[in-house]
Design a protein around this ligand. Structure first.
Ligand code: ADQ
Length: 503
């Protein structure tokens, strides 16, 4: 008979991602403070609760000394996080270089940087060497903490070399790899000088997952066309060994958002926002300040909308919340200036003494959120990247009439899911959720402008119908469901492989 305190054993999961869900800030020789990081991968994985999980990754800071490393390891340990220490040189070539300058743009169809087109150029080679080295360093830490039976779940384009490094150390390790970005057509992937090495390393995993069936198909065709391997309905086969490849669409922890709406602090924010924007419809954009998010396109479409439908000029406001990322990369600095410039021009053109049509906020935190609700906003630059307070974010989603998502390419886009979770049943609007949303081509500014009007003038009945569709999707396909499906598929894949080898 069961002991009263007996609980089902939860599977141990080692989540390995480039960044930990927290960023570390040094306060003294041996003292650290930890701040939550913002981003889709962190949001989704924090919604996964039903595993005995440890998170392995880089804390976003260079810690050259042993005292600092020890203290940080201890502080992170309390959050079940295990650091990988990368020095500045490696970070520069692996993270800023190979990950952000080569893989990220390529996977979003922005091509390779001009000077890196030749495999033989020193900069490309040295970045790729650093990438491999960093992946080996991640593998070392995983290896140290691995216990038999653990599931090792590697995440994203930063760690494509990791499955191979792990299997070389221990071939019995259960290894899964999931990509949070699109995987491009094989025609794009084939331009990458290290195309074969990366594919082969990923294939060392037992299970390879993507957000959509299309990305999975692109990956399989890259393996067949570039490596000459056989693609099967289950995945990719190489000399009798199968790597299972499948789609696992990600979700959010919808309950967390729905529950938050009841909290007094969120209700206070909602009240402030409603008073602040009384008499105007609220449109919202929440994006990392990245070229793939189509922020200039969004703002230009909003300008076109005001131009075409001047009736709306003082009846609508666009709140664009942007989290700065990769601020040391020149392209990102250029994008920031470009966005500021367009916002300034549009506000100058359509604003009045008392109101402006666009509120563009960078690195909003709980503190400056208060200032926004109390009137004085307009783009505010912070020294450090700060995350928007979760309660403020929920309140913003709740008062929003139309969420505007214009990513040029995106793995999935969780902001649209979060918006749906925070709308009460009488609402609903434009987001990227199939039949419930109004789908737009972000490059077609006139079409987006017309869709804005359609969303703002939709009948309550149609809004409710669309919202119902989206709400069911978002509350059913949650982050937990995503992780459960991936991990159980990984367990099954390994068992099937063992049975096949025994036969
Ligand atoms: P991201 O590119 O980061 O994710 P997205 O999916 O939209 O994009 O997720 C952004 C997350 O950051 C959301 O959870 C949002 O709430 C949060 N966030 C945004 N602004 C914030 C702010 N100011 N403060 C705090 N939090 C903020 C990558 C891929 C996506 C993919 C996800 C998950 O690029 O395509 O959907 O991973 O796989």
């Amino acid at each position: 008979c069961e002991k009263p305190d007996a609980r089902p054993l939860r599977q141990r999961l080692l989540v390995v991602a480039n960044r930990l869900p927290v960023s570390a800030v040094r306060k003294g020789e041996d003292s650290w403070s930890l701040e939550m990081s913002a981003g889709g991968l962190v949001s989704a994985l924090l919604g996964v609760k039903e595993f005995e999980a440890r998170w392995i990754g880089w804390a976003g800071v260079n810690v050259p000394d042993e005292v600092g490393q020890k203290a940080l390891t201890k502080a992170l340990g309390e959050k079940r996080c295990i650091p990988v220490f990368l020095d500045e040189e490696i970070v520069h070539r692996y993270y800023n270089g190979y990950c952000n300058n080569i893989l990220w743009p390529l996977f979003h169809y922005l091509g390779l940087p001009q000077e890196d087109r030749l495999a033989t150029t020193r900069s490309f080679q040295s970045q790729f060497e650093a990438y491999k080295k960093a992946n080996q360093m991640f593998a070392d830490v995983v290896h140290q903490h691995y216990e038999e039976g653990d599931v090792v779940w590697c995440h994203d384009y930063h760690l494509m070399f990791l499955p191979k490094c792990l299997k070389e150390r221990n071939n019995n390790m259960k290894v899964g790899w999931f990509l949070h970005t699109p995987f491009p057509s094989s025609e794009i992937h084939r331009t990458l000088p290290s195309r074969s090495d990366l594919l082969r390393s990923v294939l060392a995993a037992d299970l390879v997952g993507f957000h959509t069936y299309d990305y999975a198909r692109h990956f399989v065709s890259a393996c067949t066309r570039i490596l000459g391997l056989e693609g099967t309905p289950e995945g990719v086969e190489d000399q009798g060994r199968l790597t299972r490849v499948a789609a696992f669409p990600i979700g959010i922890d919808s309950d967390r958002f729905i529950r938050a709406l009841e909290l007094p602090q969120v209700q206070v924010h909602i009240k402030e926002l409603k008073e602040r924007f009384a008499g105007r419809k609220v449109m919202l954009g929440v994006d990392r300040l990245d070229m793939i998010k189509g922020i200039p396109q969004k703002i230009l479409a909003f300008e076109k909308f005001l131009e075409e439908y001047p009736y709306w000029c003082d009846k609508v406001v666009l709140l664009q919340i942007a989290v700065p990322t990769r601020t040391d990369v020149p392209e990102y600095q250029k994008l920031t200036s470009q966005v500021h410039e367009i916002v300034g021009r549009i506000n100058g053109r359509f604003g009045t003494l008392t109101a402006v049509p666009i509120h563009h906020l960078m690195c909003i935190s709980a503190g400056n959120f208060k200032r926004m609700a109390g009137l004085s906003l307009i783009a505010e630059k912070g020294g450090r990247d700060r995350s928007l307070d979760f309660f403020a974010l929920c309140a913003l989603y709740a008062v929003t009439d139309v969420a505007l998502v214009t990513s040029l390419r995106d793995g999935m886009n969780l902001v649209s899911y979060e918006f749906v979770a925070c709308q009460d049943l009488k609402k609903g609007a434009a987001q990227s959720l199939g039949a419930g949303a109004i789908l737009v081509n972000p490059w077609n500014i006139t079409e987006v402008a017309d869709s804005i009007r359609q969303a703002l003038t939709m009948t309550p009945e149609e809004r409710e119908k669309r919202h119902q569709h989206n709400f069911v999707h978002v509350t059913t396909h949650t982050a937990q469901e995503w992780a459960d499906t991936f991990v159980s598929e990984l367990n099954d894949t390994v068992i099937e492989a063992q049975l096949r080898t025994r036969q």
